[in-house]
Design a protein around this ligand. Structure first.
Ligand code: GTP
Ligand code: MG
Length: 190
């Protein structure tokens, strides 16, 4: 969080984290396409020719006023591919909250667990830990066959009982709900 007293602004950083191809960029693209242009800035998407995130995606969201201050939310995604660890570390630096986008397909469970462990290790390097950090889980791709049940996913990934959302990001299902959830959590913990 960064407070600009002169401009009466509070800037929050929310990072979409998770395994490669889980749907992080899809979340940001859907949000950006469906938000009132008056409240959001330009979407920056840095993709490889194979449509994979290279460094991060980003846009800014301006929402109303909280106690005479204007909150701004900076939304970022990390690149999920394992060899972009340095970019993940940079993007996560100074994050105020995380949306963990899990891929519901059964064969991706190990990738979800690896990404969650990677997140925890990077948080610890920043003197945080999942147990004391505002984060939510989005179970994405609920439209596909061969997905794990929500019970199974809750048991394996949500051992801290954080808020969770069942999403189909390509169709926009629960995309706004997830964002509202993480903002609410962030403001409550503030
Ligand atoms: N069927 C289905 N496909 C989805 C859903 N969400 C995203 N996808 C698809 O999954 C693929 C990967 O989505 P991205 O949003 O690029 O994934 P990412 O997490 O940003 O991946 P990296 O940038 O490599 O970390 C794309 O082809 C999306 O269209 C969903 O809910 N259902
Ligand atoms: Mg991406």
């Amino acid at each position: 969080m960064h407070v600009d007293w002169f401009r009466r602004e509070i800037v929050f950083k929310i990072v979409y984290y998770g395994p490669g191809l889980g749907g992080k960029t899809t979340n940001l693209e859907y949000l950006h396409a469906h938000l009132d242009p008056a409240v959001r800035g330009r979407l920056v998407v840095l993709k490889s020719p194979e449509e994979r995130t290279l460094y991060f995606d980003f846009f800014e969201l301006n929402l109303g006023v909280i106690k005479d201050k204007k909150p701004r939310f900076h939304l970022y995604t990390i690149p999920g591919q394992h060899y972009y660890a340095a970019s993940r570390k940079l993007v996560l630096r100074g994050a105020d909250a995380v949306v963990f986008v899990a891929d519901s397909q059964s064969f991706r469970m190990q990738d979800n667990l690896d990404a969650l462990m990677d997140l925890e290790m990077k948080l610890i390097q920043q003197r945080h830990t999942l147990a004391r950090f505002p984060w939510v889980i989005q179970y994405n791709k609920r439209d596909l066959p061969d997905i794990d049940s929500i019970d199974t996913m809750q048991q394996k990934l949500n051992f801290l009982k954080v808020p969770c959302y069942q999403a189909v990001a390509v169709q926009g299902v629960a995309v706004f709900e997830t964002l509202r959830g993480v903002i609410q959590l962030l403001l409550t913990k503030l």
